[in-house]
Ligand binder design. Structure first.
Ligand code: ASP
Length: 336
């Protein structure tokens, strides 16, 4: 009798334990539907092609860090993209100087700033993270480091970029400007800035991000924007989420924008509301600036929920997950 009762109890406990562990197991093996990952999002319409490349890694169960590096290398290599990578427009002296940073799920990060002659700054940024005790290398030191690690040193100024720069020189009076949003008629038009910032969550739920740009066209030689600065152009906290930015880097640096967005998500803000609050901070400090400048933030939280917000309308971002690989979303904006 005793034995039978004990047997029944143990069996019942075992059954409920089995049910409990099978529900745990079900959660563990079905993160895609339940939690919204793997997923990759990135700034602007050129993010669609970049996301698709990143997705090749994510759909195989690969690491978010590998996905974001592979993804942003697409616009870096695109000869038609004049705001990222090898075909980026030069500074006012004709130098193509590139900025990039990368951050992984452990809080490791690496960056290069104002680096010349190397077509894939994001991969150099990753090497800075993985092979040095530093976070950022700049200028000639960054190029030297890249060459020492096997990167090809090459002239990046394409004939098309050179032509656009020479056109600009004719009327520019050699005056650097930081924003062309409202000057569509100028050489380069709206294409003369726009960064790719990419955030991914892999099948294990780990978050990484990458950000790469040629910065503002016709900038002062040596100017560095927000894009290679951890906390400004990109920030990832694997407990909370990630954020990245595009637009006038000076304003993003002043407000440590991407770090702010992640910290707001930590406090419970949705990704979109966190981005909106960061935009509002910029506007509050410089109310006049909203007429002339663009800043956009893009964010994702640990659950895979995403959102964006910009000062000016026109900001878009690309989303790629198991359901759809080429979604382009119009970001909300202050000036709509
Ligand atoms: N944020 C970049 C920079 O300031 C440019 C951009 O995204 O438009 O260099």
């Amino acid at each position: 009798m005793y034995n039978r009762r004990k047997f029944i109890k143990v069996t019942a406990a075992g059954a409920s334990l089995a049910a409990f562990s099978s529900s745990l197991f079900a959660k563990a093996v079905q993160p895609v539907a339940a939690a919204g990952f793997p997923i990759v999002i990135s700034t602007w319409d050129f993010g669609i092609a970049a996301n698709k490349e990143a997705w090749k890694t994510l759909e195989k169960g690969g690491r978010a860090l590998d996905a974001v590096e592979a993804g942003v290398k697409i616009p870096e290599a695109d000869l038609k993209n004049h705001s990222v990578g090898r075909a980026g427009y030069p500074d006012r002296d004709g130098h193509v100087t590139l900025d990039a940073c990368i951050m992984d799920e452990f809080g490791n990060c690496g960056a290069v700033a104002a680096m010349e002659y190397i077509a894939h700054p994001i991969s150099v940024a990753r090497l800075v993270m993985e092979k040095t005790p530093h976070v950022m290398l700049a200028g000639e030191g960054a190029t030297q480091f890249a060459v020492e690690h096997g990167f090809k040193k090459e002239k990046l100024l394409t004939p098309e970029s050179e032509k656009a720069w020479k056109e600009w020189l004719k009327t520019a009076k050699y005056a650097p400007v930081i924003n062309f949003e409202n000057t569509q008629g100028m050489p380069g038009g709206k294409d003369n800035h726009d960064t790719i910032g990419m955030l991914a969550i892999d099948a294990k739920g780990n978050i990484s991000g990458a950000c790469t740009t040629s910065g503002m066209a016709w900038k002062l030689h040596g100017r560095v924007g927000d894009s290679p600065i951890i906390g400004a152009g990109l920030y990832v906290d694997n407990e909370v989420g990630g954020a990245t930015s595009t637009g006038v880097g000076e304003e993003v640096i002043r407000n440590v924008g991407s770090f702010l967005v992640v910290e707001l998500m930590r406090q419970g803000y949705t990704p979109e509301n966190a981005c909106k609050e960061a935009v509002n901070r910029i506007i509050k400090k410089k109310p006049d600036s909203i007429k002339d400048i663009q800043v956009g933030f893009l964010a994702i939280n640990k659950k895979g929920e995403y959102g964006a917000y910009a000062i000016q309308k026109g900001f878009s971002f690309a989303v790629c997950n198991a359901e759809k690989q080429d979604l382009l979303v119009k970001g909300k904006s202050y000036n709509s």
